[in-house]
Design a protein. Structure first.
Ligand code: AMP
Length: 286
């Protein structure tokens, strides 16, 4: 597998091979099957896939979270090498830039994503999506991908990226991919590496309670479903709910009554010890 550490090397390579389509999968590393599913989707749809690993400092609102973010590039490379990376019909290359390559000048950009900049992750992680938008805009300008792949695990991020592409009229198609879960239902995440086996078992309740909410949405009110979820989480001492929102899957505006919308998603952020996890489940979509 080719590994490029500079913008110049990567761009030279892209100009030389001139693939019919470039798929791009941005990641922060500590790769797992969730990331792999995005890369495989890209391999099905593009002759060349660029996977990036870059722990983007501008999207961390807490220095401590940036420092503690898991990093293991050699294990990542090993995992990627299982993907038939050098097959010319579905080649995968890795872009592993330094901070200086991505941010050669100290620029601060400011984006407005309307309601998406105000709710849930935006509210609890100030500046987070500004940092995400900055790095994605920069990556898109370096790689000029045909398609870019993002997980529905970070549902709000996917909405922000779609909005960014629309605002800037970028010629890239954004493709959302379903959440990959552990056998016990826990959404795969690089942050799960920081959980003990016991915490992982307890964390699986997040998905279980979201599925209960989906079931209850058929008969109970929005308020009742929310209250039941909050009580269920409270019964598991190691889980601390940061937020639960039941919202429109298109606008992410929270709702009070099921009749308001026909695409409804439940979103949560939960602390397991000091590890913050997010998850979501579609309650219904007509
Ligand atoms: P990250 O490395 O956490 O920034 O994630 C990189 C990409 O992988 C993002 O588009 C995530 O939404 C996606 N991703 C992370 N975990 C999962 C998962 N469990 N299932 C599907 N996609 C995921």
């Amino acid at each position: 597998m080719f590994v490029f550490k500079t913008v110049k090397e990567l761009q030279y390579f892209l100009a030389t091979v001139t693939p019919s389509g470039i798929g791009f999968v941005p990641t922060m590393g500590a790769l797992h099957q969730g990331h792999i599913s995005l890369i495989e989707k890209s391999q099905q749809q593009n002759e060349l896939t660029v996977c990036s690993i870059f722990v983007n400092p501008t999207q961390f609102n807490k220095q401590e979270d940036l420092i503690n973010y898991p990093r293991n590039v050699s294990a990542d490379i090993e995992l990627l090498q299982c993907l038939d990376c050098d097959n010319e019909e579905k080649r995968v290359v890795l872009f592993l830039p330094s901070e200086n390559e991505i941010y050669p000048k100290k620029i601060e950009k400011s984006y407005d994503f309307g309601n998406l900049s105000l709710v849930m992750e935006a509210q609890h992680r100030p500046g987070h999506f500004n940092g995400v938008a900055m790095v994605i805009e920069r990556f898109f300008s370096i790689i000029n991908p045909t398609n870019a792949y993002f997980g529905e695990k970070d549902f709000q991020q996917l909405a922000v990226v779609r909005n960014l592409v629309k605002q800037l009229r970028l010629p890239v198609q954004i493709i959302g991919c379903p959440i990959v879960r552990e056998a016990n239902g826990l959404a795969m995440s690089s942050r799960n590496e920081r959980l003990t086996p016991e915490q992982k078992e307890q964390a699986a309740n997040i998905y279980k309670f979201l599925l209960d909410a989906k079931q209850q949405a058929k008969t109970l009110t929005v308020g009742e479903v929310k209250n039941n979820f909050i009580s269920a989480i409270k019964n598991i001492p190691v889980l601390q709910l940061e937020y639960l929102e039941i919202a429109d899957g298109n606008t992410l505006l929270s709702i009070n009554d099921w009749s308001e919308i026909n695409y409804c998603v439940a979103f949560v952020a939960v602390f397991v010890g000091n590890v913050r996890l997010i998850d979501n489940v579609t309650l219904y979509k007509d």
